[in-house]
Design a protein around this ligand. Structure first.
Ligand SMILES: [Zn+2]
Length: 168
């Protein structure tokens, strides 16, 4: 996997002075570094992982959020067992999305396999943003995604207050 820390660091499990400086200056976060080391340890266990790029990583309530490179989500969708295998290998719930995709696609990756039917964005006078999305169909108790967690991820990564409604 292409990681935000350099390949040498990933191999030896220690930061070189250059990456150490990036961490100090805030160009890398502590979770970028910690999660990069965790992913580097998986080595060849998950072949698809080698094709992906990690841009940023966060931890939210013990879950891991990986913000990946452009095009990585379509590679993952072509390998439907990958997300579960990755969660098994890390023994953590893992959320996947692309760092640079637009707000709609970013959120859609998090609510997968659900889709977003419509999206409205409202800017508040203080510069913050509210994004209202509608998911097709009826809310069911079996809905597979923790939407409160999705809201926290969207808030922490994009500073957007997400409101989710169902079509019916
Ligand atoms: Zn380094």
């Amino acid at each position: 996997m292409r990681l935000p820390i350099c390949g040498f660091d990933a191999k030896v499990g220690v930061l070189c002075p250059k990456c150490e400086a990036k961490l100090r200056e805030g160009e890398l976060s502590r979770s970028d570094v910690d999660i990069s080391f965790m992913l580097a340890k998986l080595g060849g266990r998950l072949p698809l992982l080698e094709k992906l790029t990690l841009k940023r990583a966060l931890e939210i309530d013990g879950d891991i959020v990986l913000l990946l490179g452009q095009g990585d989500m379509s590679a993952i969708r072509g390998n439907s067992s990958f997300p579960r295998e990755l969660e098994g290998a890390l023994s953590r719930r893992v959320w996947l999305s692309e760092a640079e995709s637009d707000d709609r696609r970013f959120t859609e990756s998090l609510v997968f396999p659900a889709k977003i039917m419509t999206m409205n964005t409202v800017w508040l006078p203080d510069g913050s943003k509210i994004m209202k999305v509608i998911i097709p169909g009826k809310r069911s108790p079996r809905f597979p995604v923790d939407l409160d967690k999705v809201k926290r991820i969207v808030k922490e990564t994009r500073n957007i207050d997400l409101v989710v409604r169902f079509e019916k």
